[in-house]
Design a protein around this ligand. Structure first.
Ligand code: DX5
Ligand code: ZN
Length: 240
């Protein structure tokens, strides 16, 4: 079953606890976007807010670090209660070491790729991670449109991950709406992040339930596709 991770980036931060309570009974994880104003052109939150969230929810906190030098902050986010810590391959020259550090902190390591970054950037570490995150927008802001070229990347990564044991989650983040969630899941995603489509809705809990209906209905309710239109292809190379 595909998991749904509401992104609190689109929640009302003035009443964050109430926003979390709305999706708590229906969400699988809570996605937390950490931005530093350097790697991405926006600033958001740090470990203090993650720790406060930890006290308000039983949902696993899926912390997406869009920051330079993430290795400096891993211990703080682990202590704050992150379940997953996902770093961007683009800012980790020693990616293998950084992922090991996350594992040693008792947190599930994840690796993320921007839309323009090749899957090959993470090919050698797929057996080190519990999650691969493919950005389907250029990160920094909620409410952007899904970039169609990413559909092909999802398909390629899904084929690679079929050979990894234990198999990591394949999370897709950005521009996920009711009308394309089914298509993204069929391309191979196992976790869908949605921010504006959930917290931009007057009833976030109903929005999550609508996603489940769209994902589970045989016809794929409202399925409009990602606009990618590309047939499933062979990945350029395979691991092992
Ligand atoms: C983008 C963030 C996403 C964002 C998605 O920089 O990583 O998690 O919250 O928001 P939507 O679903 O509105 O595209
Ligand atoms: Zn994110």
């Amino acid at each position: 079953m595909v998991k749904i991770a509401p992104s609190i980036l689109s929640a009302d931060f003035a009443v964050l606890g109430e926003e979390i309570a709305k999706v708590e009974p229906v969400a699988d994880l809570l996605h937390v976007d950490v931005m530093d104003g350097h790697f991405v052109p926006n600033l958001t939150i740090g470990p203090v807010v993650v720790e406060a969230m930890r006290r308000r929810t039983h949902l696993p906190l899926d912390v997406h670090l869009m920051i330079q030098h993430p290795e400096r902050y891993l211990a703080a986010f682990a202590k704050a209660g992150a379940a997953y810590l996902t770093v961007h391959a683009e800012v980790c020259p020693h990616l293998h070491r950084t992922l090991q550090q996350i594992r040693e902190l008792g947190v599930k390591p994840g690796v993320a790729l921007n839309p323009s970054t090749s899957l090959h950037a993470v090919e050698q570490v797929l057996d080190q991670v519990d999650l691969v995150l493919l950005l389907s927008v250029n990160p920094g802001f909620g409410g952007q449109a899904f970039i169609p070229l990413v559909r092909k990347k999802i398909e390629g990564m899904r084929q690679w991950l079929e050979r990894v044991h234990p198999r990591p989650e394949l999370e897709v983040d950005g521009g996920i709406k009711l009308d394309n969630c089914r298509d993204v899941a069929e391309a191979g995603a196992s976790i869908l992040v949605a921010g504006s489509a959930i917290f931009g809705n007057a009833d976030p809990r109903a929005a999550v339930n609508e996603f489940r209906e769209a994902l589970n209905s045989p016809a794929g309710r409202g399925a409009g596709g990602t606009g990618g239109g590309l047939p499933p292809g062979e990945p350029q190379s395979r691991i092992r």
